[in-house]
Design a protein around this ligand. Structure first.
Ligand SMILES: Cc1cc2nc3c(=O)[nH]c(=O)nc-3n(C[C@H](O)[C@H](O)[C@H](O)COP(=O)(O)OP(=O)(O)OC[C@H]3O[C@@H](n4cnc5c(N)ncnc54)[C@H](O)[C@@H]3O)c2cc1C
Length: 304
């Protein structure tokens, strides 16, 4: 089922047809407050009142032209301005194929730097499918040399990630660690969940130790996995890391009770709020992470 859903996430026919159905649009609301920038900002303000900072992203990937990438950059500049004007504790998260990576590395670096210069906090670069990892790391390194407030996401499921992580350490980077959300062949990524969880635990523990020694600037553990978060809290405690020197990130609408509990316990939890009209591939990846979510979609078919 997981593989079928990951296939559906990249299927053009489905991505053009399914979002038109009202029950699908109702189901997606569970994971995003709305399609407009204002919807995400409203939710960011509500979460901030509850002591939870946010990340905001405009959904979209693989734009076809340089002009389309420019439109996306302008959207992020507007978003950065609105975040600053409202005094929100909100950082930005971007996908490089949305900012023109298929059109070239240099133009994408310029776009990331332009957004970072306008953004109040870190601009986090998402990691997409494995075909883009080399180019994404290249853009990150070049952008980071020009703007210090750029962070990078690494995926624990890739066999290469431990080596990539070690290569990045001299930059003392901001790193967001995720398990990985794409369909990848076994030569590229671990197939067994057990293996991925173990790799995540290893890297998370290394990131916290490297934070202790000043080799990682912002370790961000982006996961809803309660066991991994409990492990990380234990390791952070043993290392004497203060709350606020490392953080957890979760997605809007997932494990919301846990978000609250962790925030109440003093852990920094940043919630990623998404908006935009191009939500099909992103949404179906969320279904693939937990196929039981399909039950919710089916229930929306019969809801009034
Ligand atoms: C802030 C953030 C940024 C991310 N950025 C990227 C990125 O740039 N690149 C990338 O490849 N991936 C990214 N991801 C997705 C990530 O790779 C995983 O696919 C996703 O987080 C699910 O894995 P998990 O760590 O929560 O662990 P899992 O083992 O999948 O889940 C642990 C538990 O969390 C709950 N849960 C997890 N997912 C869901 C869901 N969709 N619906 C309901 N419950 C769920 C379930 O209770 C599950 O048992 C990001 C995730 C987060 C939180």
């Amino acid at each position: 089922m997981k593989r079928a859903l990951l296939w559906a996430s990249t299927n053009r026919f489905m991505s053009e047809r399914f979002p038109r159905y009202r029950f699908v649009r109702r189901a997606v609301r569970r994971f995003m407050p709305g399609e407009e920038m204002g919807d995400a900002l409203r939710e960011a303000a509500i979460l901030l009142d509850a002591g939870i900072p946010t990340l905001v992203t405009e959904l979209g990937e693989n734009v076809d032209t340089a002009e389309a990438a420019r439109v996306v950059v302008d959207e992020y500049l507007l978003l950065a301005g609105r975040v600053t004007a409202r005094g929100l504790d909100t950082e930005l998260s971007v996908k490089l194929t949305h900012l023109g990576l298929d059109q070239g590395v240099d133009v994408t670096v310029d776009h990331v730097v332009e957004i970072a210069e306008a953004a109040p906090g870190i601009v986090w670069i998402d990691m997409e499918s494995s075909a883009y990892v080399d180019a994404t790391l290249e853009v990150f390194r070049e952008a980071r040399a020009r703007a210090p407030n750029v962070g990078i996401c690494l995926q624990a499921y890739l066999h290469r990630t431990e080596a990539d992580y070690a290569d990045l350490l001299p930059l003392s980077p901001a790193i967001r660690l995720v398990k990985g959300a794409y369909m990848e062949p076994p030569e590229v990524a671990m197939a067994e969940k057990r293996e991925v969880d173990a790799a995540y635990a290893r890297l998370a523990s290394r990131m916290l130790q490297d934070r202790r020694h000043g080799r990682v600037d912002r370790p961000c553990l982006a996961t809803h996995d309660a066991r991994l978060i409990a492990d990380a809290r234990r390791v952070a405690g043993e290392l004497g890391l203060d709350d606020g020197t490392w953080e957890v990130a979760m997605l809007y609408g997932i494990a919301t009770g846990e978000q609250r509990r962790l925030a109440d316990a003093g852990v920094t939890v940043r919630v990623l709020v998404s908006y935009g009209t191009h939500w099909w591939p992103w949404y179906v990846r969320r279904l693939a992470e937990r196929p039981a979510n399909l039950g919710f979609v089916v229930r929306q078919m019969f809801a009034r």
